[in-house]
Design a protein around this ligand. Structure first.
Ligand code: SF4
Ligand code: SF4
Length: 93
């Protein structure tokens, strides 16, 4: 298994031009990664370029199915605080 883009992708298009393997596909309802083409950037870059540029925590999963940019990794908000904030927002609507 390689990297995957999941439904929380907001189709910002930032990752697609950076992929050295042309593995990122514009699709509906969100961008996808071709498992056949993704090389995990090995041989081209130290870091997976899609993960490095993606602004959305949790939108890309690694080869183990875990968020490559987990909650808090980009915003700095601790996961427990984030969960509490979301619960508060949902309770108010
Ligand atoms: S990990 Fe690298 S090769 Fe794989 S989709 Fe992302 S940018 Fe492309
Ligand atoms: S950078 Fe992230 S949010 Fe933007 S298109 Fe790629 S996966 Fe989706």
């Amino acid at each position: 298994m390689t990297y995957q883009i999941i439904e929380t992708c907001v189709n910002c298009c930032a990752c697609e031009p950076l992929c050295p393997s042309d593995a990122i596909i514009e699709a509906r309802p969100h961008f996808l990664i071709s498992a056949k083409k993704c090389t995990e950037c090995e041989g081209d870059y130290i870091d997976p370029q899609c993960v490095s540029i993606c602004p959305i925590e949790g939108a890309i999963l690694d080869s183990f199915g875990k968020a490559a940019n987990p909650i808090g990794s980009l915003t700095g908000i601790p996961a427990a605080q984030w969960v509490a904030m979301i619960a508060e927002v949902r309770a108010s609507v």
